[in-house]
Design a protein around this ligand. Sequence first.
Ligand SMILES: NC(=O)c1ccc[n+]([C@@H]2O[C@H](COP(=O)([O-])OP(=O)(O)OC[C@H]3O[C@@H](n4cnc5c(N)ncnc54)[C@H](O)[C@@H]3O)[C@@H](O)[C@H]2O)c1
Length: 468
Amino acid sequence: MNNIDRRSFLNSIAMLSAGTLIPSSAFAFGKTGKKLKVAIVGVGIRGITFWGKRLVEEYSDILEYVGLSDINPGRLEHALKYMNVSCPTYVNFDQMLSEQKPDLLIVTTKDSTHHEFIIKGLNFGCDVLTEKPLTTDELKCQEILDAERKSSKKLLVGFNYRWSPYATKIKKLLSEKSIGTITSVDFNWYLNTHHGASYYRRWHGQMDSGGSLWVHKATHHFDLLNWWLDSDPGEVFAYGDLEHYGKNGPFRGENCRKCSHKKDCKFHYDITKSKMDMNLYVANEKHDGYIRDNCLFRNEIDIYDKMSAQIKYMNNTVVNYSLTTYSPFEGWRIAFNGTEGRIEAWQDIPYNDDESLLQEDLHKAEMEQTGDKKMVSNPIIVHKNWEDFKVKQVEFNRGGHGGGDARLQDKIFVNPSAPDPYKHAAGIRDGAMSILIGIGARRSIESGKPVKIADLTDLEPQVERLVD
Ligand SMILES: NC(=O)c1ccc[n+]([C@@H]2O[C@H](COP(=O)([O-])OP(=O)(O)OC[C@H]3O[C@@H](n4cnc5c(N)ncnc54)[C@H](O)[C@@H]3O)[C@@H](O)[C@H]2O)c1
């Protein structure tokens, strides 16, 4: 990576939010030769690995951490060591902003708190990069939209899945109209009994923390759909239920470590075998009571574990979507029906794959950030009407969310001015549109009626997706 590329980083935040340029004077770095001052709030697993250690290791010549914040002082100490930085740490977020005046704030707290830090960061005058989901309900979403409109700073949403070569190939085939105009889509996502179950062990299992998997997880899937179809969602109708985890379990314990059902419970998770989880979570339970190996049959779980929705897009495409959380395998498949044919794509369907990864290791491999460059490949089928089908084999990285994680960061920090023909970059409108489908689905289940996306916030869904 040469210096000119790295120096061009000063425009990067703006370029990621394609189309809108922040004046270069927005960053101290570049103008004065100083490094970009970065602060992070939320030093859990995503914060310290992908946005923490990785930024320090890859981009230390152009940025520096000036502050870390979290409600848990023990996790803050752990973060300093893990990220190998020596900046001040803050349990008081406001104090961090006023003392350190970061140029860029990265938000990696639990989902229901994102809005608080995004809004404070924008109001203070920082550019803000938030992890998905943007937030968890429509009121907070509107507050974020209002704050961003008043601010001269930018808000970016870290949608990494778009950047994987496999997702990009689908986008390319659709953009080229290889099967004409898309009229309908079938999209099914399967979470296995390891990764799927893990959501019910933590804060994600409670609606008021993660907004349910309709928002926490499906924001990725809805973002892919919005991006692939290049149109905004207009209406959603959904069903969902909790039939497996939570109150449905045959027994329950305080947590896996102390459970008397260890031998009978197929979901038993021995956290003592994970050095990372022991250091990050167990060692710091005493500060905030965050239990990482909570019982997934505890009664307070109130999110759905089966979800199904129909989404009607503004360009008239209809989508059948489902999310399963206790599948024997982890993977997904999608089929696009077009006026001139059909595209089928899938990842990690074991019956179709040569690769033999253990189901319990799949998510670990996906989250992997240590630079493991292992490549795998999956086919995409393009079947034009009246013709034989064609198989396109697409290579992608196993680690870092199909190679999406590294490409997302490189776009921000290395090659911000590189052309973005497939509009990978995601801003506030994309962040909002993807969660509004999930929030609409929740509202539809509650009311038994379809929900119009336009009724949730003041954003007006468009036939052609607007890029902000
Ligand atoms: N893009 C992806 O693929 C991806 C992958 C994993 C996680 N994430 C996102 O990253 C975020 C963090 O997830 P995680 O798995 O690291 O969770 P985590 O539970 O490991 O970490 C969350 C951290 O936030 C802190 N926190 C919670 N409330 C806070 C508050 N009010 N103020 C300050 N700190 C607070 C917690 O103490 C904890 O350290 C989530 O929004 C999640 O959706 C995204």
